[in-house]
Design a protein around this ligand. Sequence first.
Ligand SMILES: [Zn+2]
Length: 841
Amino acid sequence: MAALTWSEARRRAESVAVESYTIALDLTGPGDFFTSTTVIAFTARAAETFLELAAEDPPEAVLDGTPVPASAFGDGRLALRGLGGRHELTVRARLRYSRDGEGLHRFVDPADDGVYLCATSSIDNAKRWFACFDQPDLKARIALRLQCPPEWTVVGNGAATREAPGTWRLAQTEPISTYLVTLVAGPWHSVRGEHDGIPLGLHARRSLAAQLDRDAPGLLRLTADSLDAFHELFEVRYPFGEYNQAFVPEFNWGAMENPGCVTFRDQLVFRSRPSESELLARANTIVHEMAHMWFGDLVTMRWWDDLWLNESFAEYLARRVTPRVTGLPAGPDFAAARKSWGYAADRRATTHPVAGNGATDARAALDDFDGISYAKGASVLRQLAAYLGEEMFLGGLRDHVRSHAYGNATFADLLASWSACAGPGTPTGADLSRWADEWLRRAGVDVIAVETGARAGAAGAVDGPVLRRHPPLFGPAADRPHALSVAVLSGCAGESANRETWTRVVLGGEPIALPAPGPGEILLPNAGDETWATIRLALDHWERLPAVLAATPDATARAAAWNALRTGLADGLVAPALAARAVVAGLPVELDVVTARLLPWITAALPVYLAPGPERAAALAAVADATWALLTGAAAASSSQLTAARGWVGLTEDRETLRDWRRGAEPFDGLTVDDELSWLVLERRAALGDLTDAAIEAAYAADRTASGLVHATRCRALRPDPEAKAAAWAELVDPASALSHYQLSALAGGIWVAGQEELAAPYARRWFDDLPATAAFRGTMSLATLAGLCFPALAVSAETLAWSEAFAARTDVPSGLRRTASDGADDLRRALAVRTAAADR
Ligand SMILES: [Zn+2]
């Protein structure tokens, strides 16, 4: 089915204005299909246009009383001719429920057979459940009517009214974009509240009722506090009536910012004890989605190339508001969880500017929901806020939201809003425009390096260490000015100089002299995590980093050091064994929310950069031992106890102890092996070849839930057994597979496991041969996610690299696969370089 291109969208925006959609859905029929009838009121300035509808058969369409011929429908588009002036079009179609989380997704709860529907329209999936002009700048008012089973509850963008058992009406909305239209329907368990005149609703599956009730007071309080924070920040009230938050099953994204009804993945209603990291991530997601109500929903980008106007701002605003409404350490978490993601994206060949990513069609736009559009954009906005000053920064945001309410706007409009707020002593419009060019319209990441000794001396008349800016190893030079601090950190506890002594510099093209560090000390640029750059320590300082991490009390400086270490590993400057030693040394002092990010990273990274063999085994064992030490020393029932337990389970090869960690057991005071921890143990045992099929079946029988089903599915694929791998692969490429996207993800993620490289080897080549054909029967997002999960990242060889490069150059494959192959090639190239260097030592 054709994806809408940017030029088509521009043409259509000039020729059509949409007033309203009135959508009627009949959800009472059995089977895989439902009926959707949409009445569209619109005005046309051109004689011809088209709308989108993902129907398998031509719909019944009537334009101003005249039937539209079936021949007008093809490739998911309905051609409309003879237009001019105001029109009313009715389109009635039989459409298929989805199982991949895109469009109108249907889920049957294994716990109680309850049926739940959730409509996800983003990015271009509204057409999978109603006929529409599916582009962000054709906003319209939306009203819905539904026929459904009588016991169902319905929630959507507009306030819902139950007119009779099984008959629902959703009030007409303010003008919104089609990608924001949603609907959730099913026997939901709901908790209602109210804050400052805004009706609040929380919704989850019946089988999660107890967990939702447990979390509801905290969630409602967080929602209320966040609404207050945004009212104060934007000086515009929440504009969409009710604020419902629905935790829905089998949701692909973390959440989706549909006005009036935000949808979240329902793993966020924790069925087992959460760690502090999970609580913080959930709070951050709630705040992020709420920020979109203003940035994204009330004022919407014109086209997907300005995606950052949605995501960078929501990420930035969440980073700003979350610590205030939770009291949790959001700064180090942002560095560990988000910036590391952005740096990984920015060092690849697919890097792009934050602003104007150049998305040529709606499907390719999905590729840019990456660490650059979120984390880098948010980091750059932090710099901008500091550069403009609070008054000008917020003044511009407020002006933007007021000026373009219920409409669309571009980056140029936002710059105009900021310029309008310039005053004496603030940057001018021209300054701002130059700044935007450097930071937002230019791709790539600068390297900021500390250089000592001969290298620094050779470059000029500077003695002692200098700070110097370089272009990245690969990719374009960014050449940005950086405001940052440089800290002297010591490897002896209590001896690192405090923040008052940090050197604050603005680094441009000229090197800056730095004070010489003492023995065992390092110079850490970006110690306050102020800027966006690849940080390089002096060559002889990397070895000192483990001791420094253990002795540095400043969590922000440590967070910056961890990102320097992670990038240093990827760039071949830090040996994998040194990275492992740094984690071992740093764990005892690190914040729990950071540890929760570090352990999965090092567990995944070591097998990539170290070939199977004694060095890999030793590095992993050292981290496992350090995690065990953390676990045994943790306070009873603390979050760090839970984080350490999870980390250890993911690393250990101690089958015997794992067997003792049965569901319900209490291996440590305050640590109960609850449902989720128990599955983590079972997954590890499966990967170690210590779990039979019968044991997996028994575990699922004891936990017959949506989550249990996914875990059991993953366990099957994880087993070190050629048949297990073959079965998983067969399911992944089967057009007739009945499995949900979640189950397929579990299979895809279970194929490549460290230590099972030989077993999985056949599925390296098959990735390139088999996956393109799956695009014919898979949603865009599902395709890209699955491709990433089963990419042969552990098949580190020149051959896999060559296959990846050749695939990335193909033009006959979907962009999501091409992007995965290109990013995979980058990562393989780095892994090969590190492994080759190790072999040469
Ligand atoms: Zn977002």
